[in-house]
Design a protein around this ligand. Structure first.
Ligand code: KIV
Ligand code: ZN
Length: 506
């Protein structure tokens, strides 16, 4: 087989990134974009981990029909049954069972013998196989496991019915040549290996996730597990866009293809960044803001004469818009709708009407509306949770004399108007204290950042905050041409997310 299966785990391992929680609607939006990107498999979640995850996987399984929809399960009967409950309505369901294999995990975490692990692995694959044919098995921490034991496990689970065997470098410890050697060893020493696809799942703790994945593919692996923008547990997972573009750009070297529609990469990256709140670093390969920017005069001269002099990829192949035309006050519904479609959004009529009204409101404050403004507007305003509290008004008085003072008006879940005022160390602190007087939910602000979406004095300021309550992190976003208003919106947004989880909705 000369095609590499792209298994996207943005919604599972990606969502495990600290502070990256997504709500159900956001997960569905990402899954739909992954379908447009034409990934082969979407790992949509870990259903046993929470009722919200179960519901999200179920919804994705129902709505996203082309790719395989996969649910993760520990090697426990209850996990497997729940995983099946989540994916049973999928057009192409998969259950992914994992169990630790390394002696480190066995002795310190599971306190089980190798024989017990082997038996459980086999039994749980048999259990999953009763539900569906498409079964993946992962011996967790494989890169720190004795290879002979991995061979034994793989032979047993393939015998029991696993159709994909995934080799995780769970802690990002492997070095390319060594990891490639493990993959080669698997092909040589597992007698029934040709009855399964060999997959790899690499973490980026040493910055080697993509290198390890590519080395494995060279040595015969035909599924790569990866995430958009490389997000994931700790330092993240192998980045989808880097794997795909390496295989495409260096097809002379790999002689391998993928199913991916690379022109959807940029949109997928923007969407994941907007919804998780994880900003993409400017020098990030493929999709960073500087990835196709030439600063040196010599390079600019070369690119003008012939792009191939300093560009190994055409930015259009990853979907970076050739020119970013701006909309403005006079742009009508049709132009706005066309731009939304170009950016990959398909909104219901109700949401379109709301988005258009917000666009017009923004155009009154800001002369030129760019694609980034539109993306932000959609992310902030249309993808929010149902609002328990709505920010009605906010006003501050501040400066280098006097005490910063804020007054805030909120509409509560019963439609009542609430108002209060507070003093603070600065205007944002005053606003947050005033909101806290109205919405009494104990929480700690753990992150606060403001960035400008586009250049210019009239740019929209985007505020991203994270708050923690009872050990759970909630992200809030707000955007406005006034950064104090944006800060207030972000805080109310985070509180609404927290309240939605607690069952308080508007
Ligand atoms: O990193 C890992 O080992 C995992 C497994 C669940 C495949 O994410
Ligand atoms: Zn992982």
């Amino acid at each position: 087989m000369d095609r590499v299966i792209i298994f996207d785990t943005t919604l599972r391992d990606g969502e495990q990134a600290a502070g990256g929680t997504l709500n159900i609607q956001e997960k569905l939006d990402i899954a739909r974009q992954l379908e447009r990107l034409r990934v082969d498999v979407i790992e949509a979640g870990f259903p046993i981990s929470s009722p919200g995850d179960l519901e999200a996987v179920r919804l994705i399984a129902r709505e996203v029909r082309t790719p395989v929809i996969c649910a993760l399960a520990r090697a426990h009967p209850g996990d497997i049954d729940q995983a099946w409950e989540a994916v049973e309505e999928a057009q192409h369901p998969r259950i992914h069972v994992f169990l630790s294999a390394s002696d480190i995990h066995l002795s310190y975490q599971l306190k089980k013998s190798r024989e017990e692990i082997l038996q459980t692995s086999r039994d749980m694959v048999v259990r999953a196989k009763k539900y569906t044919d498409d079964i993946e098995f992962s011996p967790m921490d494989a890169s720190r496991t004795e290879p002979e034991y991995i061979y034994q496990i793989l032979e047993a689970v393939i015998d029991a019915g696993a159709t994909t065997v995934n080799i995780p470098d769970t802690v990002g410890y492997a070095i390319p040549d060594e990891f490639g050697g493990l993959i080669e060893g698997i092909f040589k020493n597992v007698p029934n290996i040709n009855q399964a696809i060999v997959s790899v799942h690499c973490h980026n703790d040493l910055g080697l996730a993509v290198a390890n994945s590519l080395e494995s593919v060279k040595r015969g692996a035909r599924q790569v597990e990866c995430t958009v923008n490389g997000i994931g547990e700790r330092a993240g997972n192998a980045s989808l866009e880097e794997i795909v573009m390496a295989l495409k750009t260096r097809s002379d070297f790999f002689s391998l293809t993928t199913n991916i529609d690379t022109t959807q990469i940029y949109k997928a990256s923007r969407l994941v960044s907007e919804l998780t709140g994880f900003t993409v670093q400017p020098n990030k390969a493929i999709i960073g803001a500087n990835a196709f920017r030439h600063e040196s005069g010599i390079h600019q001269d070369g690119v003008i004469k012939m792009p191939i002099t300093y560009e190994i990829m055409d930015p259009r192949t990853v979907g970076i818009p050739a020119s970013s035309l701006v909309l403005g006050k006079l742009s009508g519904r049709h132009a706005f709708n066309e731009r939304l479609a170009e950016l990959g959004y398909s909104l219901s009529e109700e949401n379109f009407n709301r988005a258009f009204a917000l666009f017009k409101e923004l155009a009154d404050k800001k002369k030129e509306i760019t694609d980034r403004d539109i993306e932000s507007l959609i992310a902030q305003e249309l993808r929010t949770v149902s609002e328990a509290y709505h920010l009605d008004r906010v006003q501050v008085s501040c400066g280098d004399r006097g005490i910063p003072t804020a007054s805030v008006r909120l509409i509560d879940p019963d439609g009542q108007v609430l108002a209060d005022a507070a003093l603070g160390t600065g205007p944002v602190d005053a606003v947050y204290k005033a909101i806290n007087r109205l919405v009494d939910v104990p929480n700690v602000l753990t992150e606060f950042s403001v960035k400008s979406i586009t250049e210019g004095i009239d740019a929209i300021g985007e505020v991203l905050i994270r708050i923690e309550s009872e050990g759970v992190t909630y992200t809030g976003r707000g955007a406005d041409t006034d950064i104090i208003v944006a800060s207030a919106k972000a805080y109310v947004n985070a509180l609404n997310r927290l309240l939605a989880v607690k069952g308080v909705a508007g």
